[in-house]
Ligand binder design. Structure first.
Ligand SMILES: *[C@@H]1O[C@H](CO)[C@@H](O)[C@H](O)[C@H]1NC(C)=O
Ligand SMILES: *[C@@H]1O[C@H](CO)[C@@H](O)[C@H](O)[C@H]1NC(C)=O
Ligand SMILES: *[C@@H]1O[C@H](CO)[C@@H](O)[C@H](O)[C@H]1NC(C)=O
Ligand SMILES: *[C@@H]1O[C@H](CO)[C@@H](O)[C@H](O)[C@H]1NC(C)=O
Length: 259
């Protein structure tokens, strides 16, 4: 009798002390785990390198180098608070240019076309909402070389007066450098005029991407063009499967408790 009382008491004490130990022991390990890493922000963003690995943007990069505009852009990225936003057409956008061939332009005009693809300010994707309210936005080409942005429920459309295109993915978007991939070469009204109407945009059929596309670009394009297709169906299927499994597990647990 007395022995069992002692046994129970000692057991209780043991439990109490072990829980007390657990309480005192756990805090130190918690305070050790969050290691604040003072991430030093990289100052220099190498535009050439970014454009070399993404895309493919070889045609645009070749123009940037042959016109030396790359130095203007890199200087803006290196040395200004304003930063830069570059709108880069893929190689396929250049190869699908038909009528207004760039080969007919003078060197100065080509330089203007390339300068036309950048804005002397860093814009995050969310900032384009503001731009759609301000109307004509100046580019590096200056003067009449302006672009109009419209935010169509999260998808950014760009009008150059001659061509209408849209942002299809973000290659880089960290202040002070933003690089966005666009569907078409931006042709300035100031060079190509307004005579040729910018085709009434048959929106439902986006340009079929060539097989050599990078997987990131493809996923971005498919996301923006078909938001409500198979992914929704498969995810809801997963959720119901999970629910069934969870119920089964809970049921089994309940039976075990009853036993
Ligand atoms: C930028 O990257 C390019 C391509 O990788 C390289 O050739 C060039 O030397 C780099 N420039 C600087 C200043 O690091
Ligand atoms: C930009 O900065 C890098 C690294 O400091 C430097 O090598 C490069 O020459 C600079 N380029 C321009 C155009 O300022
Ligand atoms: C966008 O508009 C908001 C509110 O009007 C303003 O605070 C913000 O600075 C604007 N951003 C840009 C990039 O103009
Ligand atoms: C841009 O918008 C302004 C004001 O709405 C308009 O006058 C101009 O024609 C537009 N320009 C282009 C290139 O779409």
């Amino acid at each position: 009798m007395e022995f069992s009382m002692i046994f129970i008491l000692s057991n209780t004490l043991l439990l109490l002390s072990s829980s007390a130990f657990a309480k005192t022991a756990s805090p130190p390990s918690l305070s050790l785990s969050p290691t604040p890493a003072p991430a030093p922000a990289p100052d220099f963003v190498n535009l050439t390198e970014l454009l070399t690995v993404a895309g493919p943007f070889h045609t645009f990069l070749n123009y940037l180098e042959s016109t030396k505009v790359i130095e203007t852009f890199q200087n803006q990225a290196n040395n200004t608070e304003e930063g830069i936003t570059i709108l880069v057409p893929k190689d396929s956008a250049f190869s699908s240019l038909k009528k207004p061939s760039l080969s007919k332009l003078t060197d100065d005009q080509i330089k203007q076309v390339i300068l036309f693809h950048a804005l002397p300010h860093f814009y995050s994707l969310a900032d384009f909402k503001n731009l759609s309210e301000t109307g004509s936005t100046p580019t590096f080409a200056g003067g009449d070389y302006t672009l109009n942005f419209t935010d169509d429920s999260g998808s950014v459309h760009i009008s150059s007066g001659w061509s209408i295109t849209k942002v299809t993915s973000a290659v880089h978007s960290t202040d002070p450098v933003a690089i966005y991939q666009v569907d078409k070469v931006l042709l300035p009204e100031a060079i190509f005029g307004t005579d040729i109407p910018p085709a009434p945009a048959p929106a439902p059929t986006p340009d079929i991407a060539p097989a050599a596309d990078s997987p990131t670009a493809q996923s971005a394009e498919s996301k923006s063009s078909s938001p409500s297709s198979t992914p929704d169906g498969s995810s809801s299927y997963k959720i119901t499967t999970f629910g069934v499994l969870a119920n089964l597990a809970l049921g089994t647990f309940g039976v075990m408790l009853l036993l």
